[in-house]
Ligand binder design. Structure first.
Ligand SMILES: [Fe+2]
Ligand SMILES: [Fe+2]
Length: 348
């Protein structure tokens, strides 16, 4: 059985090039943002902390005006991480290291890059919708989402460039990433619903894959793309974990509802439905990944074995997120999806 090891040398090299996730441990110390209003009466676009004026038009009409609907611990610290680790697809990727590749490898890399171009759009489009629905009194949440949108636009851009850089081009789009059937990120109307689907499930799976990017990269440019995107995705996933952690403590009456969102996310993750997980079963992207991981079209069986190990790693990291957010009771009380539980046991 193929395994997904920790690739120490790869990460040593990444650290030398500035890859750093040490800030994650700093988020363990909770700063709950006590100076933020529990309920915001601000419907006028007044910036947080400024002096209100009477008789101003209520043009904001914000949907989200309660702290416990949107807040998360440590967002100020997280935002600092966002803005100090921005990069450019034009100047920070060693594009010159890309050499002609065998047709099957190039096609697979381009199919994967097409998927990421598409899915990164969803990951910026949907948080963008929530920005204008949130009271300006919850500025830290808005800033974190704005920074995420900036990251995702860079991801969209870098994967598009990769698809176009070596003779392959953009390939088929995945049919269902932005579908409107139950449980999709795209049809979430509520902030916690959106965050648990996008940050916890969808981006969590993508983060695991980006972290293992060395396994599907064929040159330093691709390694750098996956590594830099992994660092960014870790921040997006952190928004969701920090939000759920806050909800667990301050809105326990919503725990059952949140568990329902997680039920839906797990069903999609275990079945591959919805197509958000590029490593999910029977996807265009999982076929492409099998080619890349195995080393060619004639080695897809080996690639599929590695892919199975990657799915196990995705589940293991998802369970870690549940634990960190305080929703790991579902792992022990029989609620968690049985397919995922089996993958977790196999990964342990
Ligand atoms: Fe992204
Ligand atoms: Fe993301």
């Amino acid at each position: 059985m193929a395994t997904v090891d920790n690739r120490t040398a790869y990460w040593e090299q990444a650290r030398e090039q500035g890859f750093d996730l040490s800030w994650l441990s700093q988020l363990e110390e909770h700063v709950a943002g006590q100076d933020v209003e529990e309920v915001s009466a601000n419907n006028t676009g007044r910036v947080q902390g400024s002096i209100p004026r009477n008789d101003v038009a209520q043009f904001g009409a914000y949907t989200f005006r309660t702290k416990s609907e949107v807040w998360a611990y440590n967002l100020t610290k997280l935002y600092e991480e966002f803005i100090t680790r921005q990069w450019s697809s034009a100047t920070d990727i060693p594009w010159e290291t890309i050499q002609p590749l065998p047709d099957d490898i190039e096609a697979a890399q381009c199919q994967l890059a097409t998927f990421f171009t598409q899915v990164e759009f969803v990951a910026s489009d949907v948080p963008g919708r929530f920005l204008s629905t949130m009271s300006p009194d919850y500025q830290e949440v808005r800033l974190a989402l704005l920074a995420q949108v900036m990251d995702e636009s860079r991801h969209l851009d870098v994967f598009r460039k990769r698809a176009l850089s070596n003779g392959g081009g953009l390939m088929r789009m995945t049919d269902s990433v932005s579908d409107v059937v139950g449980g999709s990120t795209d049809n979430a109307r509520e902030f916690t619903e959106f965050s648990s689907r996008l940050h916890i499930t969808g981006e969590g799976n993508v983060l695991t894959l980006f972290r293992l990017g060395e396994m599907m990269a064929y040159n330093e440019a691709e390694k750098t793309i996956y590594r830099r995107c992994a660092q960014d995705e870790a921040r997006h996933v952190a928004i969701g974990v920090l939000h759920l952690r806050y909800m667990n403590e301050f809105a326990p009456e919503r725990r059952e509802e949140i568990h329902c969102y997680l039920d839906e996310g797990e069903t999609r993750q275990s079945s591959g439905a919805g197509g958000e997980n590029p490593a999910g079963r029977n996807q265009l992207t999982s076929e492409a990944l099998a080619v890349l991981l195995g080393g060619g079209k004639d080695k897809v069986d080996e690639g599929q074995k590695i892919l199975m190990a990657i799915r196990q790693r995705q589940t293991k990291e998802y369970f870690q997120r549940l634990k960190s957010a305080g929703f790991d009771d579902r792992i022990h009380n029989g609620r968690v999806n049985p397919v995922l539980l089996e993958q977790y046991k196999a990964a342990a």
